[in-house]
Design a protein around this ligand. Structure first.
Ligand code: LSW
Ligand code: ZN
Length: 610
């Protein structure tokens, strides 16, 4: 067809489509899978894109307004818009199913495929109930406080009060008080609602032909037998984890004496973190060479009167040093970077794509310490991804898979924590590269990265079986602890019963955020790091590589980020690493010197737990 005719044809079609978009119907009477005109499909998608951006933007703003100011008013607005968008989405999916995409070009086909992913509630009452339940679970989590015994009237919030106790206290009973107090406060009320949440998610999943919600969650990874692959990957890093576990248990036994067994699981409240998910806060207890300069930069940050804003500017500077995009001016105006005192907010750090223009934001109750310095990079990594793929059509504006989205900031942070970079920033003296310095550094990194792996693995192992109905409400908590012990080698410090709901104490459970993404991220970020270091022509051990200011590394990363979800993740992975699989060899080679050292240290110790 001649170009001018095509243009007229498209123009006419777009008018027809826009008039009939939601209400009336050129397509309503036709059967599913009966429209095979690709031109029509393209026009329909283009129109959809423009409209969906507006709608999503409205919801994103309402959601932001609620999370940064949790009033009833804001919650009502959010849920109203969410209902509207839901009706709209249902209509859109109904239309999408009218197309027969079989002979469409790759890109158009994929757009339909992604558009139709996920579950779908089809009953208004169910949607309302679902919104009410999830809002309620989140608000219980965000507003819970743990009060000290009278006569004290002090009540503590999770961020920063209880998390600080878990990080800094070395008093067994005080730790236990905070650990148990948090679970008593949020577990039972969230546990009350959780079965209804599970039921509704499963209804939505079954409406679209899935077995249950676990299928929906795994669909994002576009890989047959993904669970079996994960199991294999976990087996590959297990020896490293078990040696780290044995070493840390020995150090904790030295500190807490007979309250820690030499051969059993570790009590869950002694690892410096409310969920025992990362153990870097007890670095001081386990440090092998306490006389060396500590790699913990918290004291230096405080001495130099660091501000929260400075932490964000430093992270921003790293991205721009690679030739990637800096945060736009609206980011600095609209983000919430410190905890406000005058209202309730959801403190849990998150990055928000408002879906329109370059409006990206971070919400975080930032503390001035090493952990949050790290988290700032993590969250900004999400924003960088949003900015890089913003020219893609809406359905492709997502990570290659969810794990990729989690890995961007963390990949950057693997350079940020090197003594090369931190000394450039004046946060460490640095400059010494002895074997002991390496071990000291790698041990701290292992407390962050290796300690996390079984935790990142077990959360959704638990949820998948809950969705499948294999784990029923009476067994929620006992199954939880079975997995905690099996994979992490930790145990509850006090008796737990079916009346407790300890999964609810972790943000991602009440918020309904899938978690296997972090396990995937913690493996692939090492693959990315290795690949970017190669692009930079780094020589020497990979754990000392710092890609700061490397345009070669930035180009490689940027090219992958810009793809968004337009191709399967294996293609994106290939773009950056040349591989098409998740692979543990990068993380293993990063920690290789530490692994050898741990094996020597653990001579004669029991490895594992009975
Ligand atoms: C994220 N937040 O950005 C999520 C928010 N003090 O902490 O949870 O278990 C709606 C929107 C719902 C660095 C990077 C967005 C959910 C260190 C990651 C552990 C730590 C604050 C981290 C998702 C905040 C894994 N990370 C966790 C988060 C959301 C993790 C880390 C982690 C972060 C995970 O993905 N430590
Ligand atoms: Zn994240």
């Amino acid at each position: 067809m001649e170009t001018w005719k095509m243009t007229v044809w498209l123009f006419v079609l777009s008018i027809i489509c826009s008039i009939n978009y939601v209400s009336a119907d050129i397509e309503n009477e036709v059967e599913d899978g009966s429209i095979d005109n690709e031109v029509l499909a393209k026009v329909w998608l283009a129109e959809l894109n423009t409209r969906l951006i507006e709608k999503n933007n409205e919801l994103a703003i309402a959601n932001w307004n609620y999370e940064t100011n949790m009033t009833d008013h804001n919650s009502i607005i959010m849920n109203t818009i969410s209902l509207e968008l839901h009706d709209w989405d249902t209509e859109v999916k109904k239309r999408a199913r009218k197309f027969n995409t079989e002979n469409f070009s790759y890109k158009i086909k994929r757009m339909f495929q992604l558009l139709l992913q996920g579950g779908e509630l089809r009953d208004d009452q169910q949607v309302r109930r679902y919104n009410a339940i999830t809002t309620e679970m989140l608000s219980i989590f965000a507003q819970a406080k743990v009060c000290r015994d009278p006569p004290s009237t002090e009540c503590l919030s999770l961020e920063p009060d209880l998390e600080s106790i878990m990080a800094d206290s070395r008093d067994y009973d005080e730790l236990l008080w905070a650990w148990k107090g948090w679970r008593d406060a949020v577990g039972p009320p969230i546990g009350e609602l959780y079965p209804q949440y599970v039921e509704l998610r499963n209804i939505a999943a079954r409406n679209t032909g899935h077995n249950d919600e676990s299928d929906v969650w795994l669909e994002n990874y576009e890989e047959e037998d993904f669970e079996a692959i994960l199991d294999e990957l976990f087996e590959e890093i297990k020896p490293l984890y078990r040696h780290l576990h044995a070493y840390v248990r020995r150090k904790l036994q030295d500190r807490y004496q007979d309250r820690v067994s030499a051969t059993g699981p570790i009590p869950a409240h002694l690892l410096g973190n409310m969920w025992a998910q990362q153990w870097d806060n007890i670095y001081d207890i386990v440090r092998p060479f306490p006389d060396l300069e500590s790699v913990d930069i918290t004291p230096n940050m405080r001495e130099q009167d660091y501000t929260v804003l400075q932490m964000f500017h430093i992270a921003n500077n790293f991205f721009t040093s690679l030739g990637l995009r800096g945060m736009p001016s609206s980011f600095w105006k609209k983000s919430m970077l410190v905890k406000p005192r005058d209202r309730e907010v959801i403190c849990h750090g998150s990055a928000h794509d408002m879906q329109k223009g370059n409006d990206v934001r971070i919400k975080m109750c930032t503390q001035i310490d090493y952990d949050d310095f790290y988290t700032v990079h993590h969250e900004m990594g999400h924003c960088e991804y949003y900015l890089q793929y913003r020219d893609q059509p809406l359905v492709f504006r997502a990570g290659a898979n969810h794990g990729f989205h989690e890995a961007v900031g963390d990949t950057i942070a693997l350079s940020v924590v090197t003594s090369d970079y931190l000394s450039k920033m004046g946060l460490l003296d640095g400059g010494e590269f002895t074997k002991n310095h390496d071990i000291d550094f790698l041990l701290r990194q292992a407390l962050v990265k290796v300690a996390f792996l079984p935790f990142g693995f077990m959360i959704d192992k638990w949820r998948w079986d809950v969705f499948r109905g294999i784990t029923t409400p009476e067994n929620y908590n006992s199954k939880w602890w079975e997995l905690r012990t099996k994979y992490q080698g930790i145990e509850a410090p006090v008796e737990r019963t079916a009346a407790d709901f300890d999964p609810g104490a972790k943000y991602h459970i009440p918020s309904g955020t899938p978690y296997i993404r972090y396990f995937v991220s913690f493996l692939i970020q090492f693959q990315f790091h290795e690949a970017l270091c190669k692009a930079k022509h780094h020589e020497g051990p990979i754990h000392r590589c710092n890609i700061y200011q490397s345009k070669e590394a930035g180009d490689k990363l940027g090219a992958m980020l810009r793809m968004g979800a337009s191709r399967p993740w294996q293609d994106a992975m290939q773009e950056i690493t040349g591989q098409r699989r998740i692979d543990t060899s990068a993380i293993k080679s990063y920690f290789e010197p530490l692994f050898e050292w741990l094996k020597e240290q653990n001579e004669g110790e029991t490895i594992g737990w009975e």
